[in-house]
Design a binder for this molecule. Structure first.
Ligand code: FE2
Ligand code: FE2
Length: 179
């Protein structure tokens, strides 16, 4: 794998790993504040980030050394945590993944490209869901009591029923995990 694409796979792995953990911590905080549907949303999206992190790791060459990413640290009130979550997803959608995808394409790294693209498409959904949840929590309301479905192959995320086939990776309905 070309060095720059490989570096971006490491960065993406590190960023997704920390997002996964951060959202689980935020879920517990939301639960304690009485926002049980926001907690469920955080847990669903945490699983999507786990799918992305493990996908990036499996598709990059095996290697030792440090992987790192800049990431927010600490936990606040749910409204603040959602603001951090929106900012993180927005950065991934507007800056990080577009640059990573272009680099992988330029370097002819097809596997890395699809790994980045799968994440990019899910992060766009996460950004919208978190924005909406933040609007509700800012007004003292919980998120909707509706299912959030995550494709366990690519991390794509949808509210309500899972489709017969994932629109991003083509996985079957049975590949979706409901939260
Ligand atoms: Fe995300
Ligand atoms: Fe999928």
């Amino acid at each position: 794998m070309h060095a720059m694409t490989e570096q971006f796979m490491h960065n993406a792995y590190a960023g997704e790993s920390m997002a996964h953990m951060r959202y689980l911590v935020y879920a517990d905080a939301a639960e304690k504040e009485g926002f049980k549907n926001v907690a469920r949303l955080f847990r669903a999206v945490a699983f999507a980030e786990e799918v992305h992190a493990s996908g990036h790791m499996r598709r990059a060459p095996k290697k030792g050394g440090a992987v790192a990413a800049e990431a927010p640290f600490g936990v606040g009130k749910t409204a603040e945590n959602l603001a951090v979550a929106v900012a993180g997803e927005t950065f991934e959608v507007e800056e990080m993944y577009p640059v990573y995808m272009e680099t992988a394409k330029l370097q002819g790294e097809k596997l890395a490209f699809s790994s980045f693209e799968w994440a990019y498409k899910a992060e766009k959904v996460h950004q919208k869901m978190y924005e909406e949840a933040k609007g509700l929590v800012d007004n003292g309301k919980d998120w909707r009591d509706s299912k959030v479905q995550i494709c366990s192959t690519c991390g794509w995320t949808v509210e309500g029923e899972a489709p017969d086939a994932c629109p991003v990776c083509g996985a079957k309905k049975s590949a979706f995990r409901a939260f």
